[in-house]
Design a protein around this ligand. Structure first.
Ligand SMILES: C[S@@+](CC[C@H](N)C(=O)[O-])C[C@H]1O[C@@H](n2cnc3c(N)ncnc32)[C@H](O)[C@@H]1O
Length: 227
């Protein structure tokens, strides 16, 4: 069932990566962000993917041998994820996941935190649920990509707290700097390890002809460890 209030639930086709041709809104995540994230995860263990959408990244982690669950607050996204990947656990919230504090080896957030207004609350939750030595990986918008999108007038409508466009659908978006993330994480016992800004490749640009800016890196991928 599609609820009008569930904007993400109207975008499930954009984020379903199981078809033979990927949508350009998810191809960037898969081809540019995923390799960096995978390269920074432990070899195995318990992982939660926060803002998992239709579950493609959870499935990939599952195939790699991780014990994985997905959390997403969009009923539409979760419906699709559960249908596509019935072997994986998907939840609407942290509470429903039943994960105890200090139990997870890693949490991943693939292009989700920029859509969360109360991100400090989510970071507090993540810090609690990670084991000591556990890892958080956040892939989010590079602030320069937002500035470029505003300049080109094709993607964002306002700096920092703006709106991100998927066609006619506008989603509130909260652009934050690397410095801000590092501060918020540090205040919750999460130490910054490194940050990546992987560029678009010529091959990607030719393959997908993206409607978003490709002259600056889209992703800012930050790695944190719980002390
Ligand atoms: C751009 S999509 C990315 C989906 C997926 N991570 C991927 O890479 O295909 C953003 C996702 O974040 C989810 N999301 C946004 N705000 C959320 C919140 N407060 N709690 C949980 N999920 C949220 C949306 O429902 C949506 O599925």
């Amino acid at each position: 069932m599609r609820l009008a209030s569930d904007k993400w639930g109207q975008l499930t086709d954009n984020f379903d990566i199981t078809g033979s041709v990927k949508h350009q809104d998810s191809a960037d995540n898969v081809e540019i962000a995923w390799p960096v994230i995978i390269g920074n995860l432990p070899d195995s263990g318990e992982v939660i993917d926060f803002g998992c959408g239709t579950g493609g990244f959870c499935h990939y982690l599952h195939e790699l041998g991780f014990s994985v669950a997905g959390i997403d607050n969009s009923p539409g996204m979760l419906d699709v994820a559960r249908k596509l990947f019935p072997q994986i656990r998907f939840y609407r919230s942290w509470d429903k996941s039943g994960c105890g504090d200090g139990t997870l080896d890693a949490v991943t957030c693939v292009m989700s935190l920029q859509f969360v207004q109360d991100v400090e609350d989510v970071l507090s939750r993540i810090s609690k649920i990670l084991k000591n030595g556990g890892r958080l990986i956040v892939a989010t918008f590079n602030p320069d990509f937002i500035s470029e999108g505003l300049k080109q007038g094709n993607f964002f409508s306002q700096e920092n707290e703006g709106l991100y466009s998927f066609g006619d659908l506008k989603i509130p978006t909260y652009g934050r700097s690397e410095k801000e993330y590092i501060r918020m994480a540090r205040e919750r016992g999460l130490t910054h390890v490194r940050t990546y800004y992987p560029p678009f490749t010529q091959e990607f640009i030719e393959k997908y002809s993206p409607k978003y800016p490709t002259n600056v890196p889209e992703f800012m991928i930050m790695v944190f460890d719980k002390a």
